[in-house]
Design a binder for this molecule. Structure first.
Ligand code: XIL
Length: 461
């Protein structure tokens, strides 16, 4: 029951250069620089994280974040390593920031914003006007009071975060599903009428003129009646000078609602109206190659549209997904990279395994809990060489404080300053034939926390 195995994890390290070759490259760059010539970026190794790979394509790669997980070491390290944009998953919604009228509470949202800002990550604001996660008092207001309350909410929240949010979902999910193209019933729609969206966007522009203002929705990813309705709204806004800068496509997919074949074309037709497009809440239920291929299609669609400025996945790890049973994200419940991760990194041009160098040294890791007691457990990591023989390997085991690794066997460890991250290398000879495996083990003292360690990527030489 406590055993978890990562079977879908394949990491291919970036192409290696000998020390002499590296020195030559840097030396050449120095010469070129002093001659006023910039060295070509193409000589650099491919990016090895989602954020860095997206940045090389002029885009961000973000994730939804929940403030209450930021204290979990593996959650925070995955977030900090891989992503360069965050969206608070719930913390900026109306019920969180204005639970009662004119009484604002920003604690959890501020935590996410400062975490992001101190690490140079962008922040998407989500969301100002939405029928859901709306406190009851809003629905109880009459029209004139509701208008005042809506504008006040937008102004207060955007002013609080002024200058810190790159894009705001000003209005979320205002249209119905299905073929009607009609507006969804909500306190705003029902009491203020069609004009509430325009009013919200005008108020938002005044509150923070530097923020990009987005309309965000789901089931609008392909060309259909609902996306046509949003398209007509944006077209009308553009024609009349109503401020709008971007359209968010939530992109929650599963077998009943797969990635549409005309996804790219749909993004492009919105971009052609003169707005940016963003993929704002991406998750795709499934597993293995099928899931990975769907992710590839999404990334390629965004890369195919110059105004597609970034992609946000709706969570870091499957275990905290709002649709956890559908395992829709890029990292599994133990923060191991899934096939979907490698597919995304590869599609972004990173070093996820698409670099062409077939036969390169590579290895994968699997983890299992081999023994469990009340105060401690034993973990085992199995390292398996890829399709080529390797001469060495290294991986990391990260435990969550106050857990401590008390002993280890069958490897040579080194430690980071916190003592939470153990980097493991082979004992002596690290050679493995193609497809061959070896294992190392360790004991984790729980100190009250029984969660599984995060196993880092496996690099082979
Ligand atoms: C979801 C969150 O992920 C859940 O934690 C919460 O319980 C409900 O909302 N569309 C949106 C998001 O715009 O805000 C929703 O997020 C998912 C659907």
């Amino acid at each position: 029951m406590l055993t978890r195995t990562f079977t879908d994890r394949t990491i291919t390290p970036p192409p290696r250069r000998s020390r002499a070759r590296r020195a030559l490259v840097f030396g050449t760059a120095g010469l070129l620089a002093s001659a006023g010539v910039t060295a070509l970026a193409g000589t650099a190794a491919a990016a090895s994280t989602l954020g860095a790979a997206a940045a090389e394509k002029g885009r961000y790669f973000g994730t939804a974040v929940a403030a209450n997980h930021l204290g979990e070491a593996a959650y925070a390290s995955t977030l900090n390593t891989e992503f360069n944009s965050v969206t608070p998953e719930n913390e900026m919604k109306w019920d969180a920031v204005e639970p009662s009228r004119n009484s604002f509470s920003y604690g959890s949202a501020d935590q996410i914003v400062s975490h992001a800002q101190s690490r140079g990550m962008k922040v998407r604001g989500h969301t100002l006007v939405w029928h859901s996660q709306l406190p009851g008092w809003v629905g109880g207001l009459g029209a004139s009071d509701l208008r005042t309350a809506m504008n006040n909410h937008i102004t207060q929240v955007m002013t609080h975060y002024k200058g810190k949010i790159h894009s705001w979902d000003v209005v979320n999910e205002a249209f119905q599903d299905g073929s009607s193209g009609a507006r969804r019933s909500s306190p705003f729609q029902d009491k203020l009428g069609n004009g509430f969206i325009e009013e919200a966007f005008r108020t938002a522009r005044t509150a923070d003129p530097a923020a990009k203002l987005c309309y965000n929705d789901y089931n609008t990813d392909g060309v259909n009646a609902k996306s046509n309705a949003v398209y007509n709204l944006v077209k009308d806004f553009k024609a009349r000078g109503v401020p709008i800068d971007c359209v968010g496509f939530q992109s929650h997919f599963n077998s009943a609602s797969p990635v549409p074949g005309d996804y790219r074309a749909n993004l492009q037709r919105f971009a052609d109206l003169g707005v940016d497009v963003q993929i704002t809440e991406l998750d795709i239920e499934g597993s293995g190659t099928a899931q990975a291929n769907s992710y590839t299609n999404v990334v390629n669609a965004c890369l195919g549209v110059s105004r597609c400025t970034g992609i946000t996945v709706w969570g870091v790890t499957d275990k905290y997904s709002w649709r956890a049973s559908g395992t829709p994200l890029l990292f599994d419940g133990n923060y191991a990279k899934k096939a979907a991760y490698t597919a995304v990194l590869t599609a972004l041009g990173g070093s996820g395994g698409g670099g062409g160098g077939g036969g390169d040294a590579a290895c994968t890791v699997t983890y299992s809990r081999t023994n469990d007691w009340s105060d401690r457990f034993n973990g085992q990591v199995t390292v398996t060489a890829g399709s080529a023989a390797i001469t060495g390997w290294t991986t990391t085991v990260t435990v969550t404080s106050p857990q401590k690794i008390s002993t280890n066997w069958n490897g040579t460890p080194s430690w980071d300053s916190s003592g939470n991250v153990m980097t493991m290398k082979p004992n002596g000879n690290g050679s493995l034939a193609a497809g061959a495996s070896t294992s190392f083990g360790f004991t984790v003292m729980k100190n009250g926390n029984s969660s599984a360690p995060a196993i880092g990527s496996c690099s082979a030489s």
